[in-house]
Design a protein around this ligand. Sequence first.
Ligand code: SAM
Ligand code: SF4
Length: 365
Amino acid sequence: MCSFSVRARFPALDRAILFFNDVLSPGDRQLHPTTTATMTLHDKFGRQITDLRISITDRCNFRCVYCRSADPENYRDHEEILSWPELDHLAKIFLSLGIRKIRITGGEPLVREGIEDYIARLHALGVEDLSMTTNGHLLAERCDRLLAAGLRRINISLDSLDPGKFERITRTKSFSTVMHGIDAAQKSRLAPAKVNAVLVRGLNDDEVESFAEFARDCGVIMRFIEFMPLDADRHWTRDLVVPAAEIYQRIHARWPLVQIPHQRSETARRYRFADGAPGEIGLIAPVTQPFCGHCSRIRLTADGKLRTCLFSKDDHDLRSLLREGASDEDLVTYIRSVVTEKEEGHRINEPGFVPPSRTMVFIGG
Ligand code: SAM
Ligand code: SF4
């Protein structure tokens, strides 16, 4: 897909990108990460924090059984959610602190109007690795604009290749629109898309081989994520988790896999097919093979709370600081002090583990 024609179709977006390139203030340029970022963020265990997940909304058009409840909406009020200027302000602060990777998430990020402009502004700030996680429902119609804004990588959730089962898991009838979204991403410069499946025992664990075949047929990076105790209905139990080792064995028995070297801070163990078929397999095993020792991530929730772990017991309130007029120096000092105390690891496998009060949709995965 040609970005030139995309820009011709969306002149307003093009102007926005030029505008943000042109009007970055000297202060903003000073915060430009690829040129002058001198600060870094470390915790007390020596881990450098370079990745930030930003949830831009707690709203979602799906109700996946392992994430949200079927109950009526329980969204936060609009004024509780960070505004775009507040999100811009915090992004600059984080970039000045050595954040290099930003993943935009939610809730469902594509339901918040203005996301393309936000991506364009992050892109103009020079984020090295800018990506988004989406359920794919609105992706086909938005793919061109997201690309033009500067999005370079995408993760799309897909928990079943069977339309009926997809409907039961997501409580929507959106199977075909999501498949169109994946198709649009694969035909664009976002390819290869990462396709995320959360496997739940007895629900969709019979589809491991079908998903692997999907990766081979479509050339996507098929990632299997272990079910974590972050669901709103609190149905998680250990025996609902499908261990990554089992997934590996099943795929490897059918299509031998070869490990791809990965960075230690990457969440996924990566594999290619030994027979040279396209596509890739990623295994994300936070429950059975925790990777906390090399974690480089922090999270900003839609309501402006900083979280140093998915399973943190406490949030740290950046929104109040911002709204009370804290200076950038105050914000930097606060963020540093919070990050220093990042948890050594989650405690899912320890006796007495208590899931965090915030569930996945309110954290941002
Ligand atoms: N709505 C978008 C989506 O579904 O891709 C982005 C937000 S969603 C919270 C981000 C990721 O978290 C998705 O890949 C989703 O499958 C995953 N997720 C949600 N609840 C989970 C859970 N309990 N255990 C493991 N992964 C979960
Ligand atoms: Fe929504 Fe994503 Fe949670 Fe599904 S996993 S309910 S799409 S936020």
